[in-house]
Design a protein. Structure first.
Length: 248
């Protein structure tokens, strides 16, 4: 059911509604959208906070972990009082305080091939805010199967990357990053996750509103130490085992 904007919502989102090409129509589309956020950590924090404050009607956020003290330099959904609480439930509390007009669904499940369909359901967009490629590839396979676009983000140290995936218009994640690097404890400056997560949120809002151009078939790479941005063209691999021409 399509729900129209209330007068309070028109006032809350006024500064984005007046953006050329946006208007009440795009804002209503955003209000009626469901976005799935995989991960409530360093990337999931700015992603979900900016999507919440922009008026995305339903945010479905999933994380099976709990905040630890060493997370708090970047995972701004949580504070020290939430240590030991599930991250998705903590995120729900924070996001509902930021914007009581939206619906926040917290999922505490582990995302794997058996659970992914029930967890994500029929979301309009998937936000990859994870820190491991095994689970990212689970999202990638589901997104491909259900024709749901996905915004991928990744960070380490003062570096980050982001792309918009929607095969067959674009490569899938496996085309760009086949396999999974071994898990390591990587350094991270909190503001790095803030930069890339905010860019992910902007990609989501551009897609939902129809305003601007998303990063289809382009990987944006950021070096925070030098403040250099590079856009690297990406091609779909016809032999990709996930989205290739011979995949049934």
């Amino acid at each position: 059911m399509h729900t129209q904007l209330s007068e309070q919502e028109r006032e809350r989102y006024h500064r984005q509604i007046i953006l050329p090409g946006w208007g009440p129509e795009a804002q209503e589309t955003i209000k009626n959208a469901t976005v799935f956020v995989a991960g409530a950590g360093g990337l999931g924090s700015p992603v979900s906070m900016y999507l919440a404050t922009a008026g995305v009607g339903t945010l479905r956020i999933c994380d099976c972990g709990e905040p630890e003290l060493s997370n708090l330099n970047r995972q701004i959904l949580h504070d020290q009082s939430r240590i030991g609480m599930n991250k998705a439930l903590s995120a729900k509390q924070t996001l509902e305080q930021l914007n009581p007009d939206i619906c926040v669904e917290a999922r505490t499940d582990i995302i794997d091939d058996n659970s992914v369909a029930e967890i994500i359901g029929g979301a309009d967009l998937i936000m990859d805010c994870l820190d491991n490629f095994d689970t990212r590839h689970v999202l990638n396979r589901y997104a491909l199967r259900e024709h749901i676009p996905m915004v991928h983000g990744g960070v380490s140290g003062m570096n980050g990357q982001i792309t918009f995936l929607h095969p067959p218009e674009t490569p899938c994640l496996w085309c760009i990053q086949p396999g999974s690097p071994p898990p390591v404890l990587f350094p991270i400056v909190g503001a790095t996750a803030g930069v890339i997560g905010t860019l992910q949120a902007l990609e989501a809002l551009k897609y939902l509103s129809g305003v601007g151009r998303v990063l289809k078939s382009n990987l944006l790479v950021w070096d925070g130490a030098t403040m250099d941005f590079m856009t690297l063209p990406q091609k779909r691999n016809p032999a990709c085992p996930v989205c290739g021409d011979d995949v049934a």
